[in-house]
Design a protein around this ligand. Structure first.
Ligand code: AMP
Length: 562
């Protein structure tokens, strides 16, 4: 019997399972004949567990009996308390994965123990690990975690093997927004850049439309009716992607809801997507007119405003040849076939990129001779092709220093307080000895693979001693250091003269821009920001004016990326 590896799209709203059979990726429907199983779990009165459509129906009437949208809480260990039981987000996801495994076994008529699971490209490592934990609970070994837009592009590339193109995948699901730029040529599918936001999706449009209508019509609802209203408004939103207007029955009233309502409600959400798309193109160094195909995936990409947003940046019609609901699951099963070395996919090669920047905390010298802690020094830049390995040399603060506690972070900010702590390595034996070469210096090598597993190797250059640590079992919850950093960040800040509104705004904008620039551009901006901070610290007004004029020109030049 050949190895069976299934592909699972574990979605915020719906989940799908698929498998490649005889060179054809196929989606398995559940017993209701549906390809899409709602990602909802609930308990019946007698304590029986429900998964999928019945659970979805149950929470409309009994909101405290179960949960939807738990994918958004992956990485969080706090359990949900239901009427009779409690479950963590990981356990809820495990129940959905178990259901997917069951459906596959039913259709394949044989046991299944291996899977490829898709996650949003923008999932952090802790969320990826929580997904691995959920799979383990469900009795599935994960052969590969694949990014959702990459999976969609794989489905497209598999269908169009001859095509050579730059493809932009715009993926707006129930809970997450992902954007990815890929190049397809000769069966090679190469991810050039990806980005997104883990809390922006169709469910947010539903919430926004609900809030808008409640305010506009002065309706009041009690908390127990929340799910019922959400379901009604979700249908309204779906209707509005087909028609200019629709009606909603409220009591004995028929209320007309139009595209304008959805446009007003979704204004802030729409605005959040534009810079993310531009940042992705900028990272990939591809201009909008070099894009050949735009793929819209994820249920919420069917909203008409989405085509408008994309068209305003990339002036071509989105390609509708792939099914937005099924593309990710189909791609996951093609990846599963690649992992199983299925001969049907011999001609396909897939490369992916690191969705985040990885680096270490460093201390910066300031002009008054003091040191400032808390700066982030990237080692692997966002959107590096995986697997990747890169090293940087760091040194101790002073010759007598023997120990360094090297803290490793993931994120895009210049300051580690805003990035995500991954772990640390304590390095000893650094004190300078007479006659040594490269005293106090360490070579820090990061190696990052396709599954998002980071290996850090440190070499003390003076002695040749090596330290090695693999970061694969990171906890899903916040670490003590992160909690501490968050508390610290939220403490009321002392007002320094530099914290005037215009200067603070400049710095914040500059920091935001920094996160959206590519590696080379970052260096220049980082220098300007550092100079600006120094000028403010020294309170030298001429110098401040001079740097402000440079910084403002820079901010203006890149205003589209902020
Ligand atoms: P997914 O996680 O990809 O299944 O996407 C689910 C989200 O897409 C939910 O928020 C749905 O309300 C939304 N959705 C599905 N179909 C449509 C449609 N035709 N128009 C607008 N939104 C939709």
């Amino acid at each position: 019997m050949s190895v069976i590896i299934i592909g699972i799209d574990l979605g915020t709203t719906n989940s799908l399972v698929s498998c490649m059979r005889n060179g054809v990726p196929e989606i398995f429907s559940n017993e209701l004949g549906q390809d899409l199983t709602p990602s909802v779990v609930a308990f019946a009165e007698d304590g029986a567990l429900m998964v999928g459509q019945p659970a979805k129906d149950r929470i409309v009437t009994h909101p405290h009996s179960g949960k939807a949208c738990f994918k958004r809480d992956m990485g969080n260990k706090e359990p949900y308390l239901f009427d009779q039981k409690s479950l963590t987000p990981v356990e809820c996801s495990a129940l959905i994965l178990k259901e997917m495994k069951r459906i596959a076994e039913l259709r394949l008529d044989q046991p299944v123990s291996k899977a490829v699971i898709s996650v949003p490209a923008y999932f952090r490592d802790s969320q990826r690990n929580a997904t691995l934990e959920a799979a383990a609970i469900a009795g599935l070994k994960v052969e590969r975690i694949i990014n959702e837009p990459t999976a969609a592009a794989l489905a497209f590339g598999y269908k169009n093997p001859e095509k050579e193109s730059n493809v932009l995948v715009f993926d707006l699901g129930g809970g997450t927004f992902d954007i990815t730029l890929l190049e397809i040529f000769d069966g090679v599918i190469e991810v050039k850049a990806s980005g997104g936001e883990s809390h922006l999706g169709g469910e947010d449009y539903t919430s926004a439309l609900l809030d808008h209508l409640l305010k506009k019509n002065e309706w009041e609802i009690n908390s127990d009716e929340g799910n019922r209203w959400r379901e009604k408004i979700d249908s309204v939103k779906v209707e509005l992607s087909k028609n200019e207007s629709t009606t909603l029955k409220v009591g004995d009233q028929e209320v007309v809801i139009t595209q304008t309502d959805l446009a007003l409600a979704g204004k802030n959400l729409n605005a959040r997507m534009r810079p993310i798309i531009r940042k992705c193109l900028n990272d990939a160094r591809v201009s909008p007119d070099e894009i050949d195909d735009v793929l819209l995936v994820g249920g919420a990409s069917r909203m008409s405003v989405i085509s408008e947003i994309v068209r305003a940046i990339v002036p071509i019609e989105p390609n509708h040849t792939i099914d937005p609901d099924r593309a990710i699951a189909l791609g996951a099963s093609i990846q599963a076939a690649l992992s199983a070395q299925d001969s049907a996919v011999d001609d396909i090669v897939l490369t992916d990129v690191s969705p985040h920047t990885l680096g270490v905390e460093v201390v910066r010298d300031s002009p008054d001779g003091n040191h400032k802690e808390g700066y982030f020094a990237p080692v692997i830049n966002r959107n590096s092709t995986l697997p990747t390995s890169h090293s940087e040399i760091f040194h101790t603060m002073h010759p007598k220093q023997d120990v360094v506690d090297m803290k490793i972070y993931q994120g895009e900010s210049r300051l580690i307080a805003d990035n995500h702590f991954l772990g640390e390595i304590v390095i000893k034996g650094l004190r300078e000895q007479r006659g040594q070469k490269n005293p106090g210096q360490v070579d820090v090598r990061f190696t990052y693979d396709m599954n998002g597993i980071l290996e850090v190797e440190i070499t003390i250059l003076s002695t040749g001693v090596k330290l090695n640590k693999v970061f694969e079992q990171r906890p899903g919850t916040m670490t003590a250091a992160e909690v501490k950093a968050a508390i610290k960040r939220l403490q009321p800040l002392k007002i320094h003269p530099r914290d005037t509104l215009p200067n603070r705004t400049r710095l914040e904008r500059a920091n935001r821009l920094y996160e959206n620039l590519n590696a080379e551009e970052r260096d220049e901006l980082s220098r300007i920001i550092n100079e600006f901070e120094t000028a403010l610290d020294q309170q030298n007004s001429e110098y401040i004016e001079h740097i402000i004029s440079i910084l403002d020109q820079y901010l203006n030049r890149y205003k589209d990326l902020i």
